[in-house]
Ligand binder design. Structure first.
Ligand code: SF4
Ligand code: SF4
Length: 107
C-alpha cells in the first residue's frame, strides 16, 4: 500500500497522479499531490516506478497500513528499491527478460 509521499523530494510533476490506475492521488495547484484515497491502493507500484526522484514509498503489504518514516526508508535503503529491482534506475537494464516464470506453463 502507498505509505509515503516525501514532500521535500517531490518536484510536483504529477506523474503519480497520471499513472495510478485507481486515482489514489489528488493533484493540487502549486503543491505536491496528496495521498487522498490510500485505502483504494492496489499495491501495483506504478507510482513508485514512474516517480523521477524516488519521492514515493509503496509498502509490500496490500491489505494493511504500516507506519514508516522517511528516515526509516532511507536508512533501510527501501526508497527506490522497487525501481532498482526491475532495472528502471539510470544505467540499469530491464530485468523483464530474466523472468523465466513462463516456463511453468510450457508443456
Ligand atoms: S501503488 Fe498503484 S494503486 Fe497504489 S498509489 Fe501507487 S499507482 Fe496507485
Ligand atoms: S511522481 Fe514523484 S515527483 Fe512527481 S508529483 Fe508524484 S511524488 Fe512528486
Amino acid at each position: 500500500m502507498i505509505e509515503l509521499l516525501i514532500e521535500e523530494k517531490c518536484v510536483e510533476c504529477n506523474q503519480c497522479v497520471k499513472v495510478c490506475p485507481v486515482n489514489v492521488f489528488e493533484s493540487r495547484e502549486d503543491q505536491t499531490p496528496r495521498i487522498a484515497r490510500q485505502s483504494e491502493c492496489q499495491t501495483c507500484y506504478m507510482c513508485e516506478l514512474y516517480c523521477p526522484v524516488n519521492a514515493l514509498y509503496v509498502a509490500p503489504y496490500a491489505e494493511e497500513h504500516v507506519e514508516i518514516s522517511p528516515q526509516e526508508i532511507e536508512e533501510k535503503a527501501l526508497i527506490g528499491s522497487y525501481r532498482r529491482s526491475v532495472g528502471w534506475e539510470k544505467g540499469q537494464k530491464s530485468t523483464a527478460s530474466d523472468d523465466q516464470f513462463y516456463k511453468f506453463y510450457l508443456k
